[in-house]
Design a protein around this ligand. Structure first.
Ligand code: UFG
Length: 344
């Protein structure tokens, strides 16, 4: 079968990675998965196979292992581009175990870039985060909004990785072109409910905590503060449906392969809308008919009071636009949680 090219997806069994594998395939690409399965499960591969009716090659390796990565590039031969999702992502854990985060998140990017150069693979999409903006002075944030000192080692790894990619682009000695996508808050699941978020242990993030509470795994949700300077006092975030986010990667890979990208480009990937935590809770109750047990608790250390994306650049230059809303995202997250329970 003629495809648009082979795309290596590191972290391809993870939450965003698994959705990207599906969207890449549906857009005519041939995904090749790399994952070390420390924060993902084999069941994601089954979900991908159920949706696509295909089995994709999957290498169980760590991206800091250069030799293993070289073996993959050698075996697959004609990789056209790479989407690098593989990274640790728990803010709190990164404060406690910074070396683990720097070694894995920064180390894997450097190793990957070295191997890409060695094999002449020049197209890279990198998973960055709105965390690079810290607590912004103005809203919404554009790509020109200054990057602030990171408030966690995790956030710092994203800044360092962006700096490495920028230095490489400016070096004039590398053919690698990069699109760094600065994600806002991904939520939801594939409409089939075959893939979704699989948090290990107690979820840090809002939506898995909500769905686990509604299904009875957690007793109640604590809303971290209602005394912020926002309409209802709770934090504001830009929640993007994970399927929309996955599609942004396809658009970015298309742009790189078509030779339209500059040496390095950054794009905000969000909806352009902000919602408070309480709006998310109320919308969840409305679309699912579930009553959520929640209480207002103290602020969580390190939380940004409010952030949402200006999407002008990603709309105009990348040609990316979200299609799904908060209601669809929350109802898909719920379907996924219900499906998980039923599959036990
Ligand atoms: N929240 C609660 N209760 C919970 C969990 C979260 O009220 O049990 C609130 C948080 O205070 C925040 C919002 O829900 O206002 C979203 O919290 P998440 O933990 O889901 O997401 P964050 O915005 O804190 O974190 C995200 C990414 C990180 C990234 C960070 C940068 O998950 O990777 O944005 O701001 F570093």
């Amino acid at each position: 079968m003629e495809t648009k090219g082979k795309i290596l997806v590191t972290g391809g069994a993870g939450y965003i990675g698994s959705h990207a594998v599906v969207e890449l395939f549906e857009a005519g690409y041939e995904p090749v998965i790399v994952d070390n399965f420390v924060n993902s499960k084999e069941t994601a591969l089954k979900g991908i196979a159920a949706i696509t009716q295909q089995e994709f090659p999957c290498y169980r390796i760590d991206c800091t292992d250069k030799q293993a990565l070289q073996d993959v590039f050698r075996k697959e031969q004609d990789i056209t581009g790479v989407i690098h999702f593989a990274a640790y992502k728990a803010v709190g854990e990164s404060v406690k175990e910074p070396l683990k985060y720097y070694h894995n998140n920064v180390g894997s990017l450097i190793t990957l870039l070295q191997v890409m150069e060695e094999f002449g693979v020049n197209n890279l999409v990198f998973s960055s985060s709105c965390t690079v903006y810290g607590i912004p002075d103005t809203l919404p944030v554009t790509e020109e909004t200054p990057v602030k000192k990171a408030n966690s080692p995790y956030g710092n790894t994203k800044q360092i990785c962006e700096d490495i990619l920028t230095d490489l682009a400016n070096s004039g000695s590398s053919q690698v072109k990069t699109i760094a996508l600065r994600y806002f808050n991904p939520i939801g699941a594939h409409s089939s409910a075959q893939i979704g978020e699989l948090p290990l242990g107690v979820p840090n993030n809002l939506v898995p905590f909500i769905t686990q509470t509604a299904i009875g795994i957690r007793e109640k949700l604590t809303v971290f503060g209602n005394d912020y300077d926002t309409p209802d006092g709770s934090n504001i975030r830009d929640y993007i449906h994970v399927v929309d986010l996955a599609k942004a990667h396809v658009v970015a890979i298309d742009r790189l392969i078509q030779g339209k990208a500059k040496a390095i480009e950054m794009f905000n990937i969000g909806t352009g809308r902000g919602n408070t935590v309480l709006e998310v809770v109320n919308t969840f109750e409305k679309v699912t008919g579930q009553k959520l047990n929640y209480e207002i608790g103290p602020r969580r250390l390190g939380d940004v009071p409010a952030i949402y994306a200006d999407v002008t650049k990603s709309t105009q230059e990348l040609g990316f636009k979200t299609e799904l809303g908060l209601e669809e995202a929350l109802s898909s997250a719920w379907q996924w949680e219900v499906n998980l329970k039923n599959s036990l």
